[in-house]
Design a protein around this ligand. Structure first.
Ligand code: ATP
Length: 222
């Protein structure tokens, strides 16, 4: 399965946000999307998902143009920057909705066992995010869009989620954007940078310094 989005043109109130954007994501790979605040990463994920209609775009699945919003196909799951589920939804209902395995979840995160019969509102911000990411990655959908999944997560949870991502990648095309670029560099097979409205494929980490996404010398320090 291959997803490509090309020729994305997005304006807000006459201001050009994205122009000539191209991005490819494939089953078996994690595609990282980097860029500074406000460059249009979330907008691009919404455009791929189909909830934001740009001035222009060409979305192709397996080389065939996809004219309907992707979410109609149910083969996509999108984790937005804000919480995915309402606070009053019970975890057991969410696991049922996503047909996800609670036992597998608590084998990774035993601390959350007690929350099965509780609502999402009872979880901390990080626990809520963790549960949402797990559900999205364990759904049957082949296309996964993750907007800042690592935000609110402590280091050990980031490690666990990175492992779950690596496993999920075998059956899915995953696009991930996050400001924790080191984690993105660690797990991604392909990286794109959005800068000055355009997309650039990053072939080596030092490109991130050359495009001024990072200060020169940043990468030497880790
Ligand atoms: N509904 C909207 N109306 C007008 N402008 C918007 C709207 N949504 C986003 N923008 C603008 O579009 C630009 C891109 O926003 P977007 O949220 O896609 O950026 P981002 O790269 O995800 O940012 P961040 O990393 O800070 O989350 C920003 O300048 C933002 O102010």
């Amino acid at each position: 399965m291959k997803l490509e989005i090309d020729n994305v043109e997005l304006n807000y109130s006459g201001k050009k946000i994205l122009s000539g954007i191209y991005l490819k994501a494939e089953k078996g790979k994690i595609t990282g999307l980097l860029g500074s605040n406000g460059c249009g990463k979330s907008s691009l994920l919404k455009i791929i998902f189909g909830s934001l209609k740009p001035k222009n775009k060409l979305l192709k699945i397996n080389n065939k143009p996809c004219l309907k919003p992707l979410y109609v196909s149910k083969n996509v799951k999108y984790l937005p920057q804000h919480p995915l589920f309402p606070k009053n939804l019970y975890l057991k209902e969410a696991f049922h909705l996503f047909d996800a395995d609670w036992e597998a979840f608590i084998s990774h995160f035993p601390n959350l066992k007690k929350h099965f019969h509780e609502q999402f509102g009872k979880l901390s911000g990080g626990e809520r995010r963790l549960t949402e990411i797990f559900l999205v990655l364990n759904s049957s959908s082949e296309i996964i869009l993750l907007d800042e999944p690592f935000t609110h997560l402590s280091p050990l949870y980031i490690e666990s989620i990175s492992e779950i991502l690596q496993k999920a990648r075998q059956k899915k095309a995953i696009i991930i954007t996050d400001h924790m670029y080191r984690h993105v560099l660690d797990i991604a097979d392909e990286i794109y940078l959005i800068k000055d409205r355009h997309s650039y494929q990053i072939t080596q980490p030092s490109d991130l310094e050359n495009y001024n996404y990072l200060r020169q010398g940043t990468l030497q320090s880790f």
